[in-house]
Design a protein around this ligand. Structure first.
Ligand code: ADP
Ligand code: MG
Length: 718
């Protein structure tokens, strides 16, 4: 029996009742987190107060209390069963990183004690030579340091205390995604507070972005996936023909969740609850085998850590239920891909959502300022925002009629668009045009329409938040939030500077707004698009409006070091020039490498699985043709079949030679820019050409001779 049919029989035979674990959320929520409550219980009062100020104000930790905090943290972790600790960080590769150290320390005379000092808590020095630095660190000075981020709590997973940390080089440059994220949050706070002060708010102490990421993923039976090197090694199928039944009937979307999947989801949720991650929503997604999990929104820094943990745990827990979890943006060609909706809003230290239209004229005038800032941020800095979505995987999805196009526009809904229109153009009356009065004492309640939930816009206003929908499912949400916060900080900076100057020169806020807002809305109206982002007319219209269309990762990354992108990050002190060049390098290299690996795997699969299957089939078909001719005197159908198999196999052989040559070109490229372009322009097209013949062969070869699980099996067997 072939490995494939063996796997299918096993799955079919394993239909048993799968009990889903029960959950007492109250009892377990946050039980593995070193939370404020735990801190308060375990620390002397003055130490707790100092530490709390560090959390609230984002201040540097007072070294005098570090030992006390470390000791309390160690004792708590040991009471949770921990034996080790790790500085947990987010290097520029797609994953999180950890190196475990035992608490144990020799104490002489053969004794051991548990030791964990303030110094061990605050800094670490992982051997960082193999994490990408984009040339910031040469391997001979491979020092990279981790530093505790006290603004997010430590937690225990298994027997290891995880301490969230930042990762930086000997010369102080960011080597991770957390440092720029934290810098972007400060920048946004700084600039937004200037606006709040103009509106007379003297009490807010900070402004923070809130993020609720919706995470899509696929589950595939592990026994089937194990027979697909492409799925195991690159998370997507590199060949495979569309199933006879796909998502056409839409019977999977929001349908009943299969029992085995439900057991998996509950297991994941339990693990998340223990870590204090508020997993709230779960459902089937559009494609068969596709699902979604969404937590309640949190502070952007915590939401980012939590999304990393969600991705890690989805991967880890899936095999316990005989699944593998695919976070890739496009695991199956022709089937809906996976994304991540980054719901984003900003609120002040008193919890007021600054993107909420509100009910008083004052609130509404302030809302319009923030709205204008969002439009300005997206319009002026779209190249920077596009960088938050780059990656070889996401290129298969963006603009493919299932995900927003690479053109970054804003959806506002008809009613809010009308308001802006009225502000810009006024309304026609008998006596001529009068424009809307924007003053802080005059503005009527703003209509916000929520009825039309446009799904094709990359950046949609949904009542009191914006939903950035172009992020890929496998990507960290840090880059997109870094870009959003920083672009927004720039726009608020411009606006605050103008308003402050007008007020300084004696204007009242009302008249300053009346002058500024119509001008801003007019300047940035072109970024608002409420129509169908999937239509073929939109790219044409977008070009007419002068909007950027960076349709692939390489185009987007090559803009990274352009003055307009660099200026955004430099102005707000979020990234230095050296850090940006390093990031561009790392991302281009990562793109080229991912495509290169995929090319090599396809080459291998085609040569070791597809061609042998085609040859077996040919031999069998030739045999049938011969016998048919013997018996019936003619065998046209059978001989045609042999010919067709032969011609695809031969063409595939030729395409594989081209693919091999393009891979050599890629590996010989002079620098990362050339490599990335070769990957896009030579390797990917060569892979596509191979795939077409592989898929044609799959449609012809009998099930017994085809060793790879089919799309239908992988998508429907749960
Ligand atoms: P959907 O978009 O699927 O209809 P929702 O809009 O209800 O779902 O929520 C999606 C995500 O948006 C959730 O993570 C939710 O917590 C988050 N969210 C809700 N309000 C805000 C907000 N003010 N700021 C940021 N995220 C929010
Ligand atoms: Mg949503």
């Amino acid at each position: 029996m072939s490995a494939r049919s063996n796997a299918i029989q096993q799955i079919a035979g394993s239909h048993r009742e799968i009990p889903a674990p029960t959950t007492d959320i109250d009892a377990i929520f946050g039980c593995d987190v070193f939370s404020l409550d735990v801190l308060q219980k375990r620390l002397p009062k003055p130490v707790f107060r100092t530490l709390k100020a560090t959390f609230d104000k984002g201040e540097r930790l007072d070294p005098a209390i570090a030992d006390t905090v470390a000791c309390a943290m160690k004792d708590w972790a040991i009471s949770k069963g921990a034996t080790h600790y790790t500085h947990w960080f987010q290097p520029m590769t797609g994953l999180t990183a950890e190196k475990h150290d035992a608490f144990l320390s020799p104490a002489g005379y053969g004794r051991m004690i548990n030791e964990f000092s303030g110094k061990m808590l605050i800094t670490g020095e992982p051997d960082a030579s193999s994490f990408p630095s984009g040339g910031i660190r040469s391997t001979f000075e491979a020092r990279g340091y981790t530093a505790w981020d006290p603004t997010v709590p430590a937690f225990v997973i298994g027997t290891t205390l995880h301490i969230p940390t930042m990762f930086y080089s000997y010369s102080g440059e960011a080597l991770d995604r957390k440092i720029p994220l934290m810098r972007s949050i400060s920048a946004l706070s700084r600039q937004a507070l200037r606006i709040l002060r103009l509106f007379g708010n003297e009490t807010a102490t900070f402004v923070r972005p809130n993020v609720g990421p919706e995470q899509e993923y696929f589950l595939v039976d592990r026994r089937l996936a194990a027979l697909r090197p492409d799925l195991m090694l690159c998370g997507r199928t590199l060949l495979g023909t569309a199933p006879a039944k796909g998502q056409e009937l839409e019977d999977h979307y929001f349908g009943a969740i299969p029992a085995r999947v439900m057991a998996f989801m509950k297991d994941v949720e339990n693990a998340l609850f223990r870590l204090g991650i508020p997993a709230k929503t779960r459902h089937n997604e559009v494609a068969p085998g596709q699902f979604e999990i969404a937590p309640v929104f949190e502070d952007a820094n915590i939401a980012t850590d939590h999304n990393m943990l969600i991705m890690n745990l989805l991967h880890e827990i899936a095999p316990k239920h005989d699944f593998i979890c695919l976070l890739h943006e496009k695991p199956f060609a022709g089937v809906n891909g996976s994304g991540k909706h980054n719901n984003w809003s900003i609120s002040d230290s008193e919890g007021n959502n600054l993107l909420d239209p509100g009910s008083t004229p004052l609130d509404n005038a302030q809302f319009l300022v923030f709205l204008a800032a969002v439009l300005r941020a997206v319009h002026k800095h779209s190249a920077a925002l596009r960088l938050g979505t780059v990656g070889a995987g996401n290129d298969h999805r963006l603009g493919a009629n299932e995900a927003p196009p690479a053109i970054i526009s804003v959806y506002l809904g008809d009613m809010l668009t009308d308001v802006i229109d009225t502000i810009v153009n006024g309304v026609e009356h008998k006596g001529g045009r009068t424009s809307m009065e924007i003053g802080v004492s005059t503005l009527p309640p703003l209509p916000v329409d929520l009825s039309d939930r446009n799904r094709t816009s990359p950046f949609a206003f949904t009542g009191n938040k914006f939903e950035f929908r172009a992020v890929g499912s496998s990507q960290s949400i840090a880059p997109v939030n870094i870009a959003l916060n920083t672009a927004m900080a720039c726009a608020l900076d411009d606006i605050a500077t103008e308003l402050e100057a007008a007020v300084r020169e004696g204007a009242n806020l009302n008249s300053a707004l009346q002058e500024l807002l119509p001008r801003l809305f007019r300047e940035h109206q072109n970024v608002v698009f409420n129509g169908n982002g999937y239509s073929s007319e939109w790219p044409v219209e977008a070009a007419r409006r002068g909007l950027l269309n960076l349709s692939n990762t390489v185009d987007a990354l090559e803009r990274y070091n352009s003055p307009e992108v660099m200026d955004v990050f430099l102005r707000q002190n979020v990234l230095s020039e050296r850090e940006m060049i390093a990031r561009q390098d790392i991302l281009l290299e990562n793109y080229a490498k991912s495509v290169g690996i995929e090319g090599a795997i396809l080459l291998d699969m085609a040569r070791t699985s597809v061609l042998p299957a085609a040859l077996r089939e040919q031999a069998a078909a030739a045999d049938v043709a011969l016998k048919t001719r013997d018996v019936f005197g003619e065998a046209e159908t059978e001989e045609n079949r042999v010919q067709l198999l032969r011609s695809h196999a031969r063409a595939l052989g030729e395409c594989l030679v081209t693919l091999e040559k393009s891979l050599e070109l890629l590996h010989g490229a002079s620098d990362v820019h050339a490599a990335a372009r070769t990957a896009r322009d030579s390797v990917l097209p060569a892979m596509q050409a191979c795939r077409e013949h592989c898929d044609a062969l799959e449609r012809m070869v009998s099930t017994e001779n085809w060793p790879l699980p089919s799309y239908a099996e992988m998508l429907w067997m749960h």
